[in-house]
Design a binder for this molecule. Structure first.
Ligand SMILES: *Cc1c(COP(=O)(O)O)cnc(C)c1O
Length: 376
């Protein structure tokens, strides 16, 4: 069996255990604690724009809390990018609200701002009210067209929850992804650009909002000597141990970022003469993707093979690859949800493939992947 080459593995930097040891030595093996505040400060400093961070148990929890804070409830609609991982949309259902899916544009593969406005106007016409929030996603690390999306959102005064789970370190017009919306959400799941073994964060505009998020994340316990509850709460805080991993990972975030971008540059170079195979690129110099995953699209007529031919051949060679996200409007679980589609995400799902991109991979691994793809 050939050496496996995987899509995206956790990659430790070396100092994570120092922070964990400190937590054990000081008996802070509980939620909250100095690693949590340290990690939150590291993230706030990294993102800039005076943001306030709440570290949480998952990226999904961050999206859910943003919806809770925006008072999304049964009878409300929330616009969500269709081309994404289910975790962007599931929390809308947790609140009993209805997701309304919006398709992507071809440059970034993210929410189409023109279709977004059409969807907003059509929902207003059909239901008599505007959707309660908008969830654009920065897929595979590529920023959505945030200027255009924020302009539409602001025009109709609809808050934006920016799903930056895959985009820590990516920028748009030199501003960090996750800092454009009214809320930003991050993920530190095991396969993301940095990991806490499982975790996430909510990016807030003010300390007041961060405190409110923390209140909901710690069972909505009111300020009283006994346990007083006036709202429904959640157990969503990050543990001090996980946050210790996060602090260690922050020390190597830039290294990981550069390695992922170098892997993308190598794929781009190795595929430059390959007919029918296109590597997703930053559309203009306004975009700077972290290239969490390098993705290709396969034009089978030109390439002489389909995406699925390639995926199966890679699998035989013990190389992991994966079709692009299956759009939410095609998912059985969301069959009833309204959707505004233009064919872009369906075409991408048909012809797109994510290639091994983890920061642990060496150049020879990438060369082996490309060889298998080209030698059909
Ligand atoms: C990973 C991911 C999430 C969810 O993050 P978890 O930390 O796994 O809960 C949400 N949205 C997108 C686009 C993701 O890739």
């Amino acid at each position: 069996m050939k050496k496996p080459i995987l899509l995206s593995l956790a990659h430790m930097g070396g100092h994570e255990q120092d922070f964990i040891k400190e937590a054990f030595d000081t008996n802070w093996v509980v939620p909250l604690g100095p690693n949590v505040s340290g990690f939150e400060q590291d993230l706030a400093q990294y993102l800039g724009k005076d943001k306030h961070i709440v570290a949480l148990s998952a990226g999904t929890a961050a999206i859910h809390l943003a919806l809770v804070m925006l008072d999304v409830k049964a009878g409300d609609e929330v616009l969500c990018q269709s081309f994404t991982f289910a975790a962007s949309a599931n929390p809308i259902k947790y609140q009993g609200a209805t997701p309304v899916f919006v398709d992507s544009e071809e440059d970034t593969w993210n929410m189409d701002p023109v279709l977004l406005e059409e969807a907003i106007l059509d929902r207003k016409a059909k239901t008599g009210k505007y959707p309660k929030a908008i969830i654009p996603v920065h897929l595979y690390g590529m920023s959505a067209k945030m200027d255009e999306i924020m302009a539409v959102a602001n025009k109709y005064q609809i808050p934006v929850i920016e799903d930056a789970a895959e985009a820590l370190g990516s920028t748009y017009k030199n501003q960090e992804c996750g800092t454009f919306g009214h809320f930003g959400t991050l993920s530190f799941n095991g396969n993301k650009i940095i990991t806490t073994s499982g975790g996430g964060a909510l990016v807030c505009d003010s300390e007041q909002e961060a405190k409110r998020a923390m209140f909901f994340a710690t069972q909505a316990r009111e300020n009283a000597p006994h346990y007083q509850h006036e709202r429904i709460g959640y157990n969503y805080r990050m543990s001090n141990i996980c946050a210790g991993i996060g602090r260690g990972q922050m020390l190597v975030l830039d290294e990981h970022l550069q390695r992922r971008q170098a892997i993308h540059a190598l794929y781009t170079d190795l595929f430059k003469d390959a007919k029918g195979i296109t590597v997703l690129q930053n559309p203009t110099s306004d975009f700077n993707s972290n290239f969490w995953l390098s993705c290709i699209t396969v034009d089978s007529a030109l390439a002489g093979q389909t995406r699925e031919d390639i995926r199966l051949r890679l699998e035989q060679e013990n190389i992991e690859s994966r079709p692009l996200w299956k759009p939410m409007h095609m998912q059985p679980v969301f069959a009833d949800a309204p959707a505004y589609v233009n064919g872009v995400s369906e075409a991408l799902f048909d012809k797109g493939l994510c290639l091994p991109s983890g920061s642990l991979l060496i150049d020879d691994d990438i060369r082996r992947v490309v060889e298998v793809i080209l030698n059909k």
